[in-house]
Design a binder for this molecule. Structure first.
Ligand code: GDD
Ligand code: MN
Length: 364
């Protein structure tokens, strides 16, 4: 039997990075200083940052084997990075902290003692707990959006968590492992997802901290991330009935209606006869739906080159079938109820579901 050469690992600190060359060293030093009396390890998950963050981490790792660089190639995404870092750990406790110094590493020992002594599953560093004016690192717009998202999330989670999208938390490893296959690897809402996916409620403790300004570099949380988050909340609110992709597909479909009416009106004004204008409008709307779905809804499986063209043909064919089904169902329901809007709605709904299901199987 081989004896352990050091005291058993207690805490893994997972640090996701994308272009954090100028921040990561300082953060690791702060983590090390804060955890002087703890058997810790840091796993930096870097998505091959163009600024060379991984090289900086590996240079430190050579001198201190408690530091590890998980250098991912050809992949992006905060949630996925955090999840992989957690899954690489064997420690009983895992902390997740941003690299940009917006989170206070000095809080780690306190979080650890809370998770141990309170017998909690999860300790969240909260930006919104207690003292007002603690948040200085958010723009006014981000503050409003963040507050709204939090209110919705609290409702969905049925848990009193003041900051359910915090990127700063400590958790028992098995709590993540048991739901890992269910978690989304896109976006910024991994904590929310972990809480929402649990079979039974977690024991959660929140500790306040001051969310600081980013040290160097820029935030990667953009509008797309916010849209994704809204999608996840709506999905959970529907009891997991409507997947985020279907919601996105529906939104794109709605945008197609706007395009259709716009083109139709424009061509009629140009004096084009109705059937020709209506046909052109339908083709333009279908094309714009296809391109937007390809770029946004199926971003992760985006078709390019020849595949983009053959996918377009399939999309077109399937949506044409959807249109026929739409009219057929509409007629049928109209025959039963005689109420035009119910019949029209039922037809449109059926067509939309057909379009979503068939194209998700045969196009992307
Ligand atoms: N590996 C990897 N891959 N890391 C990433 C990626 C990615 O695609 N995108 C961002 N990161 C890293 C950043 O380098 C940083 O260390 C951390 O994740 C947070 O990213 P920021 O871009 O600084 O996010 P933020 O400050 O705008 O957002 C903060 O608040 C959100 C809630 O409003 C973060 O704490 C988020 O986690 C949190 O959800
Ligand atoms: Mn940040």
């Amino acid at each position: 039997m081989t004896a352990a050469t050091q005291s058993p690992l207690v805490l893994t600190v997972v640090i996701p990075t994308f272009n954090e060359r100028d921040n990561i060293s300082v953060l690791i030093d702060r983590v090390a200083a804060a955890l002087a009396s703890v058997a810790w390890q840091a796993i930096v998950v870097d998505d091959n940052s163009p600024d060379g963050t991984a090289a900086v981490v590996k240079a430190k790792s050579r001198l201190d084997s408690r530091i590890l660089c998980l250098h991912r190639i050809g992949r992006r995404g905060l949630a996925g990075a955090v999840l992989e870092g957690i899954m690489a750990s064997s420690a009983p406790y895992i902390a997740v902290i941003d690299a940009d110094l917006q989170h206070d590493a000095a809080l780690l020992p306190k979080m650890l003692s809370v998770i141990r002594t309170h017998d909690a599953d999860l300790v969240i560093g909260s930006r919104y707990l207690g003292v007002d004016g603690l948040v200085t690192g958010l723009s006014p717009l981000r503050k409003v959006v963040s507050g709204l998202a939090n209110a919705m999330a609290r409702h969905v989670l049925k848990a009193k968590v003041s900051d359910p999208v915090s990127g700063f938390f400590m958790i028992r490893r098995e709590v993540v492992e048991r739901v890992a296959p269910k978690l989304s690897r896109q976006g910024f809402k991994i904590l929310f997802d972990i809480i929402a996916s649990q079979p039974r409620p977690l024991a959660i403790v929140e500790v306040p901290y001051a969310f600081g300004e980013r040290a160097f570099g820029v935030s990667k949380l953009d509008r797309r991330v916010m849209v994704e988050y809204a999608g996840l909340i709506l999905t959970k609110a529907s009891g997991n009935l409507i997947p985020p992709r279907a919601l996105m597909f529906g939104l794109v479909g709605a945008s197609g209606l706007v395009v259709h009416l716009g083109v139709l009106g424009w061509m009629l004004r140009l004096g084009v006869v109705f059937w020709a204008a209506q046909t052109t409008a339908a083709v333009v709307a279908m094309t714009s739906n296809y391109l937007i779905n390809n770029a946004v809804t199926y971003r992760d499986r985006r078709l390019r080159g020849w595949k983009l063209l053959s996918g377009y043909a399939r999309f077109f064919a399937l949506c044409s079938v959807g249109l026929v089904a739409n009219v057929a169902v509409g007629n049928l329901v109209h025959g039963f109820t005689g109420v035009a809007w119910v019949a029209g709605g039922a037809g449109a709904m059926f067509g939309a579901i057909w379009n979503y299901v068939s194209t998700s199987l045969a196009v992307w």
